[in-house]
Design a protein around this ligand. Structure first.
Ligand SMILES: [Zn+2]
Length: 557
């Protein structure tokens, strides 16, 4: 039986190509760390920080608070001075806990329930909703439909999609519905639930979420109900392809209310005070993010998912030019992966551990701090360490810190940001390997900063080959605007973003400590340590020789 044979061959192939030289354990006991930056110490810290017990460190959860306790414990142990609120290591960041309050939906004889037949999009505030008259809004994509605001005002508008519109995917379906005249509708119903992938279904059915208090005028929008085909058809009373748009088709009985309660999360902020009586009032800022995306709705088989994603990445790499595998290739990969299940029991997993994203940056900062604090000579300028919460929910922590800095903002001479510095192997990125490192933004405000980093790099034991691909103006990945350095750059603070790049485990349950390349991460940390020292000891702060953006402008790469 060949497939199995190829499956075994396939498994071995994956092991050979993807895993770091030595297969690392899933769990590992932490050992005491030493001042030097070592792979061993990074491992000790990361296995603790990316452990299942922290449940993926979603902002606003008790587990994320626990994760920030761990960081504060490290800062204290290293001897950093607290620079958060009222002499603590923590800076509170206000958040909102948004809870869904729903009731079953009754349509004639049928009853539909939340988290089974429908979910709710809750990114914005909504008026409490208690049902009402249903109007069919037509098939989105059908140009003959001319819905008017009169027809939708105070109604529950149910939409359908033409086949080609449906083929455009969820995002397009969603945004297209919101371009219709539904502003004064009581609610919008979209029949997308059945086709939605698990992660998206989970998003609409999370029951509660953490979001940021809106600063501008509160945007009150009609709730968007994402329903099964059965529920939409029952509401319209006919198959959507045959229903007449603009007609009232019946009643929706059911309640939805999104209740917001103030809550908070926290940045961890600490300082290593400089030795120079004057320059110590200037700061070199280091940044990373302490949060990740938490627990996924529904467990998956860890090993199969990883084997599948690795193979997809491998095929993509062979196809080149950003091409993606054909459905046939994906089906073949799936067949092979399924046959793995025959030879070993599934390892169910629902925790997105975020070992690389951004456990790596978080522990690298602790190692850098330990080395700087343990050195005979202190840097002349002070070093500010900010472990930001909320990067995954919209750069919330760095937005808050840079708007409410605990040191004078203009005394921050540069910000060095690390997000995902634990991979970058040949199987992860094009040109990957021990000296691969992505660098973004290093000359966007200060040519001097970019030059300084190149000079320091040349003095490394094994200098990096910097990948500036993602720094290109207008680059589609828009990395310059996608992590916490962007919050500093908008205030004209020269920044440099260090990352070993994306990989097959990105934002999945398989981003675990056992797949991290620790020697590589140690050399990245050593480079950032040396750059920090070089900026901190320089006679002058990096000169901003490029135009400063306006802080409120939308970030453009
Ligand atoms: Zn990240």
């Amino acid at each position: 039986m060949r497939v199995l044979a190829s499956a075994v061959a396939f498994t071995l192939a994956v092991a050979a190509s993807s895993a770091p030289a030595q297969q690392l354990p899933v769990r590992r006991q932490a050992k005491p760390t030493r001042p030097a930056i070592t792979a061993e110490d990074l491992m000790s810290r990361l296995y603790v920080y990316a452990d299942d017990s922290l449940a993926g460190r979603a902002s606003g959860t008790p587990q994320h608070d626990k994760a920030t306790d761990i960081i504060a414990g490290w800062a204290k142990q290293i001897g950093l001075a607290p620079m958060g609120d009222s002499g603590t290591y923590f800076q509170a960041v206000p958040l909102l806990r948004r809870a869904w309050v729903t009731s079953p939906v009754v349509v004639g004889e049928q009853t539909f329930t939340y988290q089974k037949d429908y979910g709710v999009f809750a990114q914005w505030r909504t008026k409490p909703f208690d049902g009402g008259e249903v109007v069919f809004g037509g098939l989105i994509g059908d140009t003959s439909v001319h819905l008017t605001a009169d027809q939708t005002t105070g109604k529950i508008v149910v939409f359908g999609y033409t086949p080609d519109m449906a083929a455009k995917g969820l995002q397009a379906q969603f945004t297209s519905a919101l371009t219709k005249p539904v502003g004064a509708a009581k609610a919008i119903v979209l029949p997308m639930l059945d086709e939605a992938p698990a992660a998206v279904r989970g998003y609409f059915m999370q029951g509660e979420m953490v979001t940021v208090p809106s600063t501008g005028p509160a945007m009150i929008m009609p709730p968007v109900i994402v329903a099964s085909n059965a529920m939409t058809q029952a509401l319209v009373g006919a198959p959507l392809n045959f229903a007449k748009w603009g007609t009232v088709t019946g009643r929706y009985t059911g309640k939805i209310e999104l209740r917001d309660t103030p809550t908070s999360s926290r940045n961890v902020v600490a300082v290593l005070e400089g030795s120079d009586p004057v320059l110590k009032h200037q700061y070199v800022a280091l940044g990373s993010h302490s949060d990740h995306v938490g627990v996924q709705p529904g467990a998956v088989d860890h090993d199969s998912l990883r084997a599948y994603n690795l193979e997809v990445e491998r095929v993509k790499a062979t196809l080149g030019d950003g091409k993606t595998p054909t459905p046939a290739q994906l089906a073949a990969i799936k067949v092979n992966v399924d046959s793995i299940r025959v030879i070993r029991r599934p390892r169910l997993d629902s925790i997105s551990n975020g070992a690389d994203d951004d456990g790596s940056g978080t522990v690298a900062m602790a190692e850098i701090a330990e080395a700087l604090a343990g050195a005979k000579a202190r840097p002349r300028r002070s070093v500010l360490f900010v472990w930001h919460m909320g990067e995954e929910i919209g750069l919330v922590g760095s937005d808050w810190y840079t708007k409410h800095p605990t040191v004078p903002r203009d005394s921050i001479v540069a910000q060095l940001n690390m997000d995902m510095v634990g991979r970058g192997g040949a199987a992860d990125v094009k040109g990957g390997g021990p000296t691969y490192l992505g660098l973004v933004g290093s000359r966007r405000l200060s040519t001097q900063l970019g030059d300084l980093i190149e000079t320091v790099n040349k003095m490394q034991k094994a200098p990096f080959t910097f990948d500036y691909t993602y720094d290109a103006p207008g680059h589609p990945e828009n990395i310059y605007c996608r992590s916490d350095h962007a919050s500093y750059a908008r205030f004209g603070i020269p920044v440099a973003f260090f990352s070993t790049g994306l990989h097959a485990d990105y934002h999945t349950v398989t981003d675990e400590a056992s797949y991290i390349d620790y020697p590589h991460m140690a050399s990245v940390s050593q480079l950032v340590h040396d750059v920090t020292l070089s900026v901190a000891n320089a006679a002058a702060r990096p000169v901003v020789d490029k135009p400063k953006p306006s802080p409120n402008a939308v970030c453009r790469q």
